[in-house]
Unconditional design. Structure first.
Lengths: 262, 313
């Protein structure tokens, strides 16, 4: 198995400074966020430009070229409800360090994002959900199969280019569902599929000082079950150290005393 | 059912490191397949052969070696002969005489020897120390300075000495170094990490992950080589993608089979033949494991290994 893929989540229009930078096409705040995440251990960077209904295509192209030209064609995960904007971003995307990721498809309204990824030779994050939270793993698996069939019909390589998202759930409120999510990751792994997702959702609404411990424990347990990637904040040192340690224990990377520096 | 060819390809490759200058410079590494798997992809550069000579002179006890160097007076002439040996790509000067527990030659004397060798040959040069950490640091600093511009490979930098040697040889005089660890894959990686953290670029160092004569713990060397190349290519581990340069002759010619006389062990046959066999079998085995260069002594070994490499790469 390859090393765990950390997708850095911090270039997101929900952040006021990034929102402003996107509105004014000011590269500095975005590049600063990119750099701190790459320095902290991110492999992919997530770029969320929001709904971007007006100038989405122009904005995504600008974001992709701005970030890739500054950071040696770092691979990116593109996120917006505007499909044309994603296609526009991919049209200027350099693949030398990895395919673009389309975030995301689901088994409901957003299923056409699988077509988008297939048409553009991209990876798709396939969220195992249709509307709302799946009741149980049978339901998750049904959605997974629906998306899998669609991807395969379109000629995608499902073990490489479809990364299934089990839908991580918040502990504070859905504590009794946590083991289901882990079990589902195990099922995906047993079928040979890659997986990812918004892992920090588990610690939503918990006190700030508790989030790193909840996130890092979740990631360790999920990696044991076979999780291959997560969309996280790589500047959470505890989390990244946990991921690197789990990669060593899983023999995904060779141990050296300085492994945390790599 | 027809045989379906399924090449094993990697999105990773071994670094390229060039030693020497001009037409005869040698580039090591560069491939993106398992060793000798030329049916899967490009090996890029051939396995290189270094011919070892010593500042202590020619080993007159081995007839084939004595005969090859016959008439070569002085280290310069010996070096020239070594560089002309059929199959040789570079010359390796071992400064045995510097050993404080042996002849304890001064650093100045060793620098003079190294200069004479460098001036006598037009192929790349590698310098091996005397294996005394303190003395090697002093030696390498001065030799690196004296041979500035020659792009010499210094063998080796170890856990205890890498800082001084990397600073002097690579940073000050733009030479190359070999990071040596003793059959310990985690230390091999760690040493590469530490050297890279000094700011040394990948094109400036190779590694020696350990060596042993066939039959003398070689299985540990073999598994280390396998795991190093497996991680370098399979896991795209940048800290193990350095070309591997393995000193073979010093191991092969010092084990019992290559040392004891025919008088003492008549049933074993001629000593020279045994030595060559140890050297050939060890060299072939480390090449199969992923070495990008081997260091050898006997003309017959050099010829045999050169033909092996020529036929397979």
């Amino acid at each position: 198995m390859g090393k765990f893929v950390i997708i850095g989540e911090r270039i997101h229009c929900i952040s006021p400074s990034i929102k402003k930078a996107m509105e004014t096409m000011d590269p500095a705040p975005i590049l600063a966020r990119a750099k701190e995440q790459l320095d902290a251990g991110a492999t992919y960077l997530h770029v969320n430009i929001g709904p971007a209904e007006k100038n989405g295509e122009e904005l995504m192209k600008w974001a992709v070229t701005t970030i890739q030209s500054e950071f040696d064609n770092v691979p990116l995960c593109l996120d917006t409800a505007n499909r044309k904007a994603i296609e526009a971003g991919i049209s200027v995307y350099n693949r030398s360090k990895g395919k673009p990721i389309v975030n995301s498809a689901d088994a409901g309204d957003r299923i056409e994002n699988i077509d988008l990824a297939a048409d553009n030779d991209a990876i798709v994050i396939a969220l195992c959900s249709k509307a709302g939270v799946p009741a149980d793993n049978d339901e998750r698996m049904m959605y997974c199969q629906e998306m899998l069939e669609r991807g395969m019909e379109l000629g995608m390589d499902p073990t490489e280019d479809m990364w299934f998202d089990p839908l991580f759930l918040v502990i504070k409120g859905m504590q009794d569902k946590q083991m289901d999510v882990l079990e589902f990751i195990k099922q995906l792994s047993d079928m040979g599929f890659k997986s990812t997702g918004g892992l920090s959702n588990v610690s939503n609404m918990a006190p700030k000082e508790l989030r790193p411990i909840l996130d890092s424990t979740t990631v360790a347990m999920a990696m044991y079950c076979g999780l291959t990637s997560a969309i996280v904040n790589p500047c959470d040192r505890r989390l990244v150290e946990t991921i690197k340690s789990a990669d060593i224990i899983k023999n995904n990377a060779l141990y050296a005393d300085s492994f945390l520096d790599l | 059912m027809a045989f379906k060819r399924n090449p094993q390809t990697f999105n990773a490759s071994i670094n390229e490191v060039t030693i020497g200058t001009g037409d005869k410079a040698v580039t090591l590494g560069g491939g993106n397949t398992f060793p000798m798997y030329t049916f899967d992809g490009e090996a890029k550069n051939k396995v290189a052969i270094g011919v070892e000579i010593s500042d202590s002179g020619v080993d007159m006890t081995v007839p084939g070696i004595a005969e090859y160097y016959a008439g070569a007076e002085g280290i310069g002439a010996i070096a020239k002969k070594a560089s002309e040996m059929p199959g040789a790509d570079f010359v390796v000067l071992t400064l045995d005489g510097a050993d404080p527990n042996g002849a304890n030659k001064s650093v100045e004397d060793c620098v003079a020897v190294a200069k004479e060798v460098a001036d006598a040959i037009d192929c790349p040069l590698a310098i091996q120390g005397c294996k005394n950490i303190e003395k090697d640091i002093q030696l390498f600093e001065k030799v690196a300075e004296a041979l500035a511009g020659k792009n010499v490979l210094f063998i080796s930098a170890r856990e205890e000495s890498y800082k001084s040697i990397a600073a002097a040889a690579v940073m000050a005089y733009k030479q190359k170094i070999s990071a040596e660890s003793a059959v310990d894959i985690n230390l091999a990686k760690q040493l590469n990490v530490l050297i890279s953290q000094m700011g040394i670029q990948p094109e400036n160092y190779v590694m020696n992950v350990g060596s042993a004569a066939a039959g003398y713990g070689f299985e540990y060397v073999a598994s280390t080589l396998d795991r190093v190349r497996g991680a370098a290519l399979g896991q795209n581990d940048a800290m193990l993608q350095m070309p591997i340069v393995t000193p073979v002759s010093s191991e092969a010619w010092s084990v019992k089979e290559a040392v004891v006389s025919e008088e003492d062990f008549p049933e074993w046959g001629a000593r020279e033949e045994r030595g060559i066999e140890m050297e050939v079998s060890t060299a072939a085995a480390v090449i199969a494991g992923g070495s990008n260069a081997v260091i050898l002594r006997h003309p017959k070994t050099v010829d045999t290994i050169a033909r092996l490499v020529g036929a397979l790469m």
